[in-house]
Ligand binder design. Structure first.
Ligand code: SAM
Ligand code: SF4
Length: 346
């Protein structure tokens, strides 16, 4: 068994730490839950959903608020100390501040984050702040109006940029910008995004394109490798210095005298799998032990059949025990049937 040392959660001692009990056969521990709270979205990003949307699930197929809370509670008892709400677009749920508050109040949970396209932040910012949101990742792939409309198939870049500034001014401790880098679409904007870190204490994260694009652009040569992104940044940005980041942030830099950081995420190259700590639950309650795996455990149906918390915990632990070593290994045995990140929970 390969023994991979993982940081113990809650090491700042903010809450009583619980030893993570979700462990795989490779010695990794899992304490970071990414919880998708819907599939619907108010944008139609070209690398995520077709213009007409995907085959959205019916309401009855999605987890209820009560079921989401139950899974948050059960996973926290298994050692989850960080939760991220995602989707779809999580800010389309009016009860998202209540879910954040619920998660933040769980005994063992220290950090609650949210990933959003930023369009609706202004409507919820105060409530999210009051609920104790620890961090917000805002997705924005271009700083140019016409490109935004092309990539998202919607208008709204001004609102997103205004909302990024509101988030920066808020009490939310961590603000990150997610940029999916695509050849020809935006790979010439790396420096423009990097420059934002000179003035603001944010992390700009450049993410590799992944093949979960509902058969739109993956096969058209738009993939831009993490190493290319790093090389471009080194060539263009002022004296990049390597610094520490989160476990997915494989390459992390700071420009000279910058307030913020720049990170590159090899989401497709997958050289970050060795330190994976993530648990994914889709909006319809399927547990995934890897983004690239088709093996799913149906937590929703287990709950609806009346399972005890113990039964749910046993299925979660079993699913992770069998996790493949990396995303390449997982993919080899499976042909992923979820075609869009909205169905996986990005
Ligand atoms: N709607 C929210 C948003 O866009 O931030 C949350 C859900 S979205 C699926 C989560 C993240 O996945 C976003 O940063 C988005 O850019 C990213 N994403 C979606 N499809 C992707 C793909 N095919 N490759 C890489 N990243 C993708
Ligand atoms: Fe919506 Fe996010 Fe997918 Fe874009 S990436 S279509 S904002 S879910």
């Amino acid at each position: 068994m390969k023994n991979i040392t993982q940081p113990f959660p809650s090491k700042d001692g903010r809450k009583k730490p619980v030893h993570p009990t979700i462990i795989d056969r490779h010695g990794r521990t899992f304490y970071y839950l990414r919880m998708a709270v819907n599939e619907q979205c108010n944008l139609r990003c070209i690398y995520c959903m077709p213009a007409e949307g995907v085959n959205f699930l019916q309401k009855g197929q999605l987890l209820t608020t009560h079921e989401i809370k139950r899974l948050l509670n059960v996973t926290s008892e298994l050692g989850v100390s960080k939760i991220r709400f995602t989707g779809g677009e999580p800010l389309l749920r009016k009860d998202i501040p209540l879910l954040v508050k619920y998660a933040k109040n769980l005994t063992y949970v220290d950090y609650v984050h949210l990933t959003t396209n930023g369009i609706l932040i202004h409507r919820y910012l105060d409530e999210l702040e009051n609920a104790g949101l620890s961090g917000i990742n805002i997705s924005l792939d271009t700083l140019k109006r016409d490109r935004f409309q092309f990539i998202t198939r919607r208008i709204g870049i001004e609102q997103v940029i205004e909302n990024i500034h509101l988030a920066i001014k808020s009490q939310i401790p961590s603000v990150k910008i997610n940029v999916v880098v695509m050849r020809e679409f935006n790979h010439d904007e790396l420096l423009d995004f990097a420059q934002l870190t000179m003035d603001y204490n944010i992390t700009v994260r450049f993410i590799e394109l992944m093949p979960f694009d509902a058969h739109q652009i993956w096969k058209t040569g738009k993939f831009y490798r993490a190493e290319h992104i790093v090389n471009d940044l080194k060539a263009q940005a002022n004296q990049l210095q390597e610094v520490a980041g989160s476990s997915t942030e494989h390459y992390v830099f700071k420009m000279k005298n910058a307030k913020g950081k720049i990170a590159v995420i090899p989401a497709y190259s997958r050289n970050l799998c060795g330190t994976c700590n993530r648990i994914r639950i889709t909006a319809d309650g399927k547990l995934l032990n890897c983004l690239y795996s088709q093996e799913e455990a149906n937590l929703r149906d287990l709950m609806r059949k009346g399972s005890s918390d113990g039964g749910i915990k046993a299925l979660i632990k079993k699913t992770f025990l069998n996790k493949h070593m990396d995303g390449w290994d997982a993919q080899q045995y499976n042909d992923p049937h979820r075609e869009s990140m909205t169905q996986i929970g990005g």
